[in-house]
Design a binder for this molecule. Sequence first.
Ligand SMILES: *Cc1c(COP(=O)(O)O)cnc(C)c1O
Length: 461
Amino acid sequence: MTPTPPASDLGGPSATPSDRFGDAVRQAVAEGLLSEGQPVAGFLDADGVRDSVTALHEAFAAVPGVRVLHTFAAKAASLVPVLRLLADCGMGCEVASPGELRLAVEAGFAPEKIVLDSPAKTRDELRTGLALGVAVNADSFDELRRIGELRPPGSASGVGLRINPQVGEGSIGAMSTATATSKFGVALRDPGVREQIVRAFAERPWLTRLHAHVGSQGCPLELIAEGIAETYRLAEEINGAVGARQITSLDIGGGLPVNFADHEVRPSFGDYVAALRASVPGLFDGSYDLVTEFGRSLLAKNGFIGARVEYTKDAGGSRIALTHAGAQVATRTVFMPEAWPLRVGAFDAEGHPRSGPPMVQDIAGPCCFAGDVVAHGRELPELREGDYVVLYDTGAYYFSTHWAYNSLPRPAVYGFAGGPGGGVRFVPVRDAQSLDSVAQESGLDHAAALTGLGTGVPRTQ
Ligand SMILES: *Cc1c(COP(=O)(O)O)cnc(C)c1O
């Protein structure tokens, strides 16, 4: 593990958020990574990521005798250098599309450390995964049948079945995977399904894993633990019914919620393990290998978005700061502001924290629709043209998952860490998208395709 920089460099975990990233913001502005020409960028604290992975490993290592493969859910930060950093930290990778599988392979994850999920795998995708030897979790009985047909003899792929323990909903319906009617997995509590699952295992000796992912944001720990307890009980029942320890591993998913209200990591991976030990003690007795698939909880607090204030204006008695961070980088927050509130920091044109009396302001983005506001009625020191706002806790699912609305380019992403002589060192993780690339992905190669179609003669009815 890379040594963590002293608190004075980047701030330790107990530092306030503006302290923790204050040096990085100031230096990003000094180096022009945030500037008039590049008014928005994402930043990822590489040491912070390593620390979060260490916290995850240590939380499970505190329980002796249990073997765990911790995978990272690629969708939470689908950037090759980020995935390679996580591979370097000893993690595996959970992927849910051909694109994510490609990124995981490019990042250097060994096939035995890759898990392929997703509710709509094509036959081709299954063939590719099974040929590579990655673990595959079937999302339905139909998919299990396909895997049975496609699986080459002696395949190295571990195969699991994803169940939906139907333990209910957290506070964000769209983020709740274990409701009665969720699209994910096999609905465990539906009539007759439990028996059907047991039969499916009995008929397939190569089916050796159960998978559940109960989450995510908005789901309390108890709900997650209840879902995993259900999964564990089912595994015991199946192994009892087939009279062998056919199920050798349990993939317990990710889904640990993140505290977006302040800088504290809450709940911690330690809290998660404690909750599981309390409700599913057997899970840790070594009879099952475990797989985890955390995403948000590993990355969110280790990244931020910086964006320039282009203009400010008053409208109907409200002050609005028009910045370059809107729905294109903070899509969920803009569309569901109650469910996904973000903390905002105010910095001046040199990247120093702004001081001054608090003033109620809307922080708006560059997209051309009225709702493109990342923070409503926030009390912050008065923002001015040329200042910067920082959106905290955006290391997962935000800048890595850009939305191409208004043909806004994907922003640059930088990784950073404390430099040897103090200060902050930046490296490019993803270049900002060029306008050539925007034009290219908008069909430039086929520019004349539609005008050249048909006769060109107007139709008479
Ligand atoms: C999204 C997802 C994860 C990661 O969820 P987080 O809330 O980011 O931890 C893990 N497993 C599966 C199957 C997922 O779809």
